[in-house]
Design a protein around this ligand. Structure first.
Ligand SMILES: [Zn+2]
Length: 400
């Protein structure tokens, strides 16, 4: 910044003191002051975000204003971008976000886990309970986010700052907020997708089959399958076989804890593929399997990887991917397979996720490498196209 620019900003700030509406975004940034308006990336039509600017509302006694640092792009965002299956357009998307508290109401003292909150703390949000703001997280072991609202999937309203693809997020009283100041930015961006897998592993544990020395197969090495592998590794499970058709993803699966990998493109037919999985376990079928793809064929195949009396967690179908064919006699009855489905997460899973991220870091798992591409907010259309092209793993918007 040269002297003339500094002078211009000083003048603008002085003008702003006389007339606060004169304080533009750049001058506000230079002074650390909160600007009058915030940019948001609003999805206004299919495959089209527009950067819009809205006034930042007055922060009420129970509200929190967060300066957004970054937000991951989720598969859900990709579906909204392409097809708007929830009929939400126009809206501000982005639910895998995090940022810093810059203003809070006088009633806000602690987060949803009871941790103190102050200005400057880094936070994430989880569910919004519009109807019952008194609910606390420890009543919520069984309440799943499937039945609640989240920022980033709300219809537009007169507040507008409703999603994390934005410069500021306006958190209303009755929302769940967590103080995650002890996690770095990339870890914080990965909290939401990791919570999905913490939940899946908790569901898997209810079968009683997943144990310390289990042989576990993880089918599908997109972000969901890769995070699954990292969680299993962090839990101490040593025998993890990753199955995917992309060698690059399989190599990364090994960095995140897989002991062996199987590229399904190298095998013709399910018998040969099941044989390869068995070989990868040293001549055994899997005790437990996680199905992390959205492919019905992959669902049909996975039973062949599981031993008699084994277990399966199916978590790949976040949208309707069509019907899968199985043989109930061979695949379920005669093998006595125990199957669980998994759907998003509870608040308890969210809190567990913070500990998982710290443990994963402690044992040296390079989870941050999951974020392969970052874009500034104004390039959000490009970021989504990169996501749809499946060129990377996790794509994130990072605000400067
Ligand atoms: Zn998500």
């Amino acid at each position: 910044m040269n002297e003339r620019e500094i002078e211009a900003i000083v003048k603008q700030v002085l003008d702003g003191m006389r007339d606060p509406s004169a304080l533009s975004g750049s001058a506000a940034k230079a002074t650390g002051a909160i600007p009058k308006t915030s940019r948001v990336a609003m999805l206004t039509a299919l495959e089209n975000y527009e950067i819009k600017e809205f006034p930042i509302p007055e922060v009420g006694d129970d509200d929190i204003l967060v300066k957004v640092e970054g937000c991951g792009i989720c598969g859900t965002d990709a579906h909204e971008f392409k097809r708007d299956p929830f009929g939400l357009i126009p809206l501000v998307l982005g639910h895998e976000g995090t940022g810093e508290i810059v203003k809070m109401g006088k009633n806000v003292k602690q987060d949803s886990a009871g941790k103190p909150l102050k200005l400057g703390d880094k936070v994430v949000t989880c569910m919004i309970f519009k109807d019952n703001p008194d609910i606390t997280m420890f009543d919520l072991n069984k309440q799943n986010v499937g039945g609640a609202d989240v920022y980033g999937l709300l219809p537009d309203d007169d507040i507008h700052l409703n999603g994390w693809f934005s410069d500021y997020l306006f958190i209303r009283g009755g929302s769940t907020v967590f103080n995650v100041s002890d996690l770095d930015l990339k870890s914080r961006i990965l909290i939401e997708p990791c919570a999905v897998l913490i939940h899946a592993v908790e569901r898997a544990k209810t079968t009683g089959i997943l144990r310390f020395n289990s042989r576990v197969v993880v089918q599908g090495c997109g972000p969901i399958g890769l995070i699954c592998i990292a969680i299993l590794k962090t839990m101490g499970i040593q025998h993890i076989v990753a199955v995917d058709g992309e060698q690059k993803r399989l190599d990364f699966a090994k960095e995140l804890g897989a002991s062996a990998s199987v590229n399904f493109k190298e095998y013709k037919g399910i018998e040969a593929l099941a044989g390869a999985v068995k070989d990868a376990f040293g001549g055994y079928l899997a005790d437990f399997a996680f199905q992390c793809t959205g492919s019905p064929v992959a669902h049909s195949n996975i039973y062949k990887f599981i031993r008699n009396g084994g277990g399966l967690c199916e978590l790949g179908f976040f949208i309707n991917g069509g019907d899968a064919t199985i043989n109930p006699h061979f695949d379920i009855c005669s093998k006595e397979i125990t199957t669980v489905g998994s759907w998003v997460y509870t608040l308890r899973d969210y809190a567990t996720t913070f500990d998982f991220l710290k443990s994963a870091k402690d044992i040296g798992l390079p989870l941050d490498k999951l974020i392969t591409h970052t874009y500034p907010l104004e390039k959000i259309n490009e970021a989504h196209r990169t996501n749809l092209a499946m060129e990377g793993l996790k794509i994130a918007i990072i605000n400067e």
